[in-house]
Each structure stands twice: as C-alpha cells, then as structure tokens.
Write a protein that binds this ligand. Sequence first.
Ligand SMILES: Cc1ncc(COP(=O)(O)O)c(C=O)c1O
Length: 468
Amino acid sequence: MAGTWATFGVDLHLELAGHRVRAGLERALRDAVRSGRLTAGARLPSSRALAGDLGVARNTVAGAYSQLVAEGWLTAAPGSSTRVADHAAAATATVPFAAATDVDRPRYDLRAGYPDLSSFPRSSWLTAMRRALASAPYGALGYSGPQGRPELRNALAGYLARARGVIANADRTVVCTGFTQGLSLVCQVLRSRGATTLAIEACGHHNHRAIAVANGLHLRLLPVDDLGAATSELGDAGAVLLTPAHQFPLGVALGPRRRAQAVEWARATAGIVIEDDYDGEFRYDRQPVGAMQALAPEHVIYAGTVSKSLAPGVRIGWLVLPAHLVADVAAAKDKADRQSGALDQLALAELIASGAYDRHVRRARLSYRRRRDRLVSALEQQAPEVRARGIAAGLHALLELPSGQDEDELVARAAHHGLAIEGLGHYGPTGGHRPALVVGYATPPEHAFSGALARLCTVLSDPVRAEL
Ligand SMILES: Cc1ncc(COP(=O)(O)O)c(C=O)c1O
C-alpha cells in the first residue's frame, strides 16, 4: 500500500508494506524524518487527512503519531498540529535504541533495552576512575593496542570465568565499543574469510541484522520457539548469532539439546557461533546457566557488554575469541578506531578488581527481580488473561495478549496514557507467536516504576474503554 501527501508543497511518498499497517506507517515516518525528507518543525497532516489519503483507519494514524511523539520524533501540543521535533533528525538512528533525549523522554517508559540508569554506581565509578588515573602509567595514555588495556582484559578473564563460566583468556579478548562494534568487527572478518550467510534469530534486534547486512552477509532467519532458536536449520550458514541465556526479545533460554546441536554444527562445518550474552548475569529463579562458549571455545565467540550491567552510555563490550580469529579481529578493530578509550577501560578494570562491579550487579539483580515479581503479581491480579512468558531473567518480559487484543492498538493506547512500550512485532517476524508486549521493567528509575506499572495495568486491564 502506498500513499502521498503534500506538506507545504512537498510530496512525501510512504510505502506501507504488509498487514502491520501501523508499524509500517511508524517506520515510514521515522525514515522520512531520519533521512531529512521531513525536516524539523514540519507540520504533519491531521490524522484524519492522512488516514483518508492512505486509506487506513484514523486510529491507526493517531496511534502511530502518539508512538512517535512518545519516542521523541514528533511533537504534539493540545490544539495544534503534530510536527517533526526539532532534534528528531539527530535522534538515535535505530529503532530499538530510539531513546528520546532526557527532556523528551516519555513520562513512563517501559521500552526494553535499558538498565535503570538512575542506579548507575556513580560514586564507585568515580573512585575507580580516580584510582585508575592516579596509578596509570604514562604509556596508558598513548595508543596501547587494538585488543584493549591488559588491566581490563585480565580483570574480565577472571570475572567471566567466575561469573559466566567462560573459558577466558586475556590474550584472546578484544575490548570493543559495545557489542554493536564487536558484532560489526566479527562480521567483517567472517566475510573476509569467505562466509556469506549469518543465521540469526528471526525475532531480535534490528540493528544486529542491519550490521550483518552492511558487512556483506546474507541473513538466514531462524524461527524461535519455547526452546530458543531452531538450531536444526543452520545448514550451510557460515556463522550464527544467538542469545542463548535469554533470547531477545522472546525471553526463552536455548535448550540444552539445541546448545549441543549448535556446537556440533560448528564443529562439523567449521562454522562460528556468536554468543551474545547481553544480560547473562541476570537470572532470578536459579543460578545462571553458564556460557555456551565453554562447550567449544574454538568455535564460539563469547560477546559481553556493560550496557545492561552498568549503562549503555559507557560503550564497553568484549569478545572472547577462538585463537584463529584473534589477529584478524584485532586488525579490524585497529582499522575501525585503533582502540577503545583507555581511561574508561582502566576504570572498569578497577571497578571489577575492587569487587564494586560484583556488588553493583548483585544489587541490580535484586532490584530487577523484585520489579519482575511485582509485574507478574500485578498482572495476575489486574489482567489475569495476560501471560508473562519466558524465563525469570534479564531486564525485560514478554507479555502475551489474549486473543482479540491488538498489539499496535495497545501500544497506541499506552502512548496516549504517557507510557512508552513496544509490541513484539517491532522486533521482526514473529512467526507463530501471539501478539505480545515487550516490557523493559528495568528501564524506569526506581521512583517511576510503580507509576509505569500502574499505567501498564490500566492499559491492559481495560483496553476497550481506555479512550484514545
Ligand atoms: C540483544 C542485545 N544484545 C546486545 C546489546 C548490547 O549492545 P551494546 O553493547 O552495543 O550496547 C543489546 C542492547 O540493547 C541487546 O538488546
């Protein structure tokens, strides 16, 4: 379906593919703002006019506008038109990370992807930074190699072996700018070694798919069910990207047989498994299952990040690599940006070595566990037909909606109630999964969690009467 409207004499063409019209409209509008086709301050047509032009329901357009207002791309004031926000074109370019600025953050935010930023351990970080800077040799302020500071790689080797069961070794570790850069480096190297296809969980992070494609890899989408990704479908892929500890966003753990199957596939075909252990420390019902990497360290790349354990803005991640990939990945890192920032690496090394990192993770685990318990019990009482799926882990939960409830409509209603939240469809093909919401219960600061939960329950328990 396609439509065109004229805004101040500029025709804007929107392609709305597929049956998820609202999601398609949101995407088309984001793209138009991001690419500059809709400029800051530009007035959008009324929801009635655009709905008429596109031949869709007015609610669909109103819902898309509300969502984009909540995300900070558009602004709307009572009695005036919806407009493109001033800062919108410069807003974060990828949808799952589409965080608004502090000023524009929606009042209640349950989008997945964030830890509670208000609980960042500021004083421990300051202490660690002060100590690290005071004791850093001059040389640490120069270029010190693409793999990253040895202090951090040593601290990580100890931590990952202890906390995640990784067969870790400082010499095989490359510190990178978050998992995002790590994935990009690995894709580059795999492509340069002849891999053509990356198998990837069908429902997952948009950015990760985009990174693989930008590095010349084709994608093979693996369906995900209650046992995780269908590892029987790896076939002739050169590599696979998995979230074994806690699938993002469906929230299931990769079953033991599938873990073994992925490893057998890697051994038999010389394939590579990329293990994205983005929230592996956060398991609430039992000890976390150890990293898959330990099953086959010569075939599995273990990837970690502080984006959930501390804060995404720190931009530190790491790869623990099979020996045969270390030199190439380090060379790719050198080419990309020579190395990650030394001072932050030294501060993180100090934070880990002093025990402050473990203490912070323990505190955060307790806090998120309580939030998840509160979410589950509030739903049991106020919206019993909504089911929380997936394991008790991580920073997000999947809430399956009862039949008859439309994901996009609920997201729109939530936005209308000042609550930003995302539907499962936001993360790609959902296969046979029921409509669901992905709830990032760690995202709000502590003081805002109760309010956000109450909003969510209102929207879920009375979706029909909650007026738009
Ligand atoms: C599935 C998944 N992997 C990894 C990350 C972390 O990426 P980065 O370390 O680049 O912040 C995220 C962050 O939201 C994520 O959702």
